[in-house]
Design a protein around this ligand. Structure first.
Ligand code: AMP
Length: 256
């Protein structure tokens, strides 16, 4: 596995590649959810031995963090990430620096003005501008044929899919189902910031999203358990929640 830390190094590698690229963008602190995206990217490749190299990017994108504390506390597990990437058969790990990705200091950005305004966009102003901008920049650099995103961040997956279509980009966006602990808790890099009690309690998010008859019932159950609710709403045939526990914001969604 090659580790490339700058855009120029990446370009140098990329210009000699004839095989299509399967791309998995992440912010690191890799877990089984990320691994599932990598395995999917890898197996898409193996379906046709003629094709496919897996590129994983790790870049903690500051422009999508509206809360400086959240950015400061975002976990970093570089050595374990390299190990997981290698074991998953990643061909290139691309880990650029801020100055590389934002030479314009974020004067230019992608802005979506409809579906990015609800759910996570309503309570995290500017979040999706940051997400879509970094995804656009990474797509321009990596030039993949396919890119893999988790359903755990369903609103993000949908906005990325629609951006690719709006800008006529020839990239297939593949949605990958949410990977959960056996308790039902959706895996997230932020789970590591919870105490053992908090982590145990967090399983109720999925349970009540899935088993409540209405959003009101789910909200009441979670409030009774001491969660602070950012939102709990239904859109596009799915039920979405963002809640705080021990000061950590967790999101999840289920099909209804
Ligand atoms: P992140 O590093 O949190 O930005 O996530 C990188 C990618 O991994 C995104 O496409 C996420 O949706 C996806 N992802 C994160 N957690 C999970 C999970 N539990 N199951 C499936 N995909 C996930």
């Amino acid at each position: 596995m090659k580790i490339l830390r700058s855009i120029s190094e990446f370009h140098q590698w990329r210009q000699n590649q004839v095989k299509p690229i399967h791309f998995v963008p992440t912010m690191g602190a890799l877990h089984e959810g990320h691994r599932s995206l990598l395995m999917r990217a890898k197996s898409d490749h193996e379906a046709n031995p003629e094709q496919g190299l897996v590129v994983l990017s790790i870049f903690v994108n500051p422009t999508q963090f509206n809360d400086p504390n959240d950015l400061k506390n975002y976990p970093s597990t570089w050595d374990a990430d390299v190990e997981m990437a290698q074991a998953a058969g990643v061909d290139v790990l691309f880990a650029p620096q801020f100055s590389d990705i934002y030479p314009d200091q974020y004067r230019y950005f992608i802005s979506e003005n409809h579906w990015s305004q609800i759910l996570c966009g309503a309570t995290r102003p500017g979040h999706f501008n940051g997400v879509l901008t970094v995804v656009m920049k990474l797509m321009q650099i990596v030039q993949p044929k396919k890119a893999y995103f988790g359903e755990k961040d369903y609103q993000q997956l949908m906005l990325v899919q629609q951006m690719i279509s709006a800008f006529f980009m020839n990239i297939e966006i593949v949605g990958v189902p949410t990977v959960r602990e056996s308790s039902g808790l959706a895996l997230s890099s932020r789970n590591t910031r919870l105490s053992p009690e908090g982590r145990d309690k967090a399983r109720w998010i999925y349970y009540h999203l899935k088993n409540s008859k209405t959003t009101n019932e789910a909200s009441e159950k979670l409030l009774q358990l001491g969660f602070q609710i950012d939102y709990l709403e239904e859109h596009w045939g799915r039920r979405f929640a963002a809640v705080f526990i021990e000061g950590v914001r967790l999101i999840d969604n289920v099909a209804i």
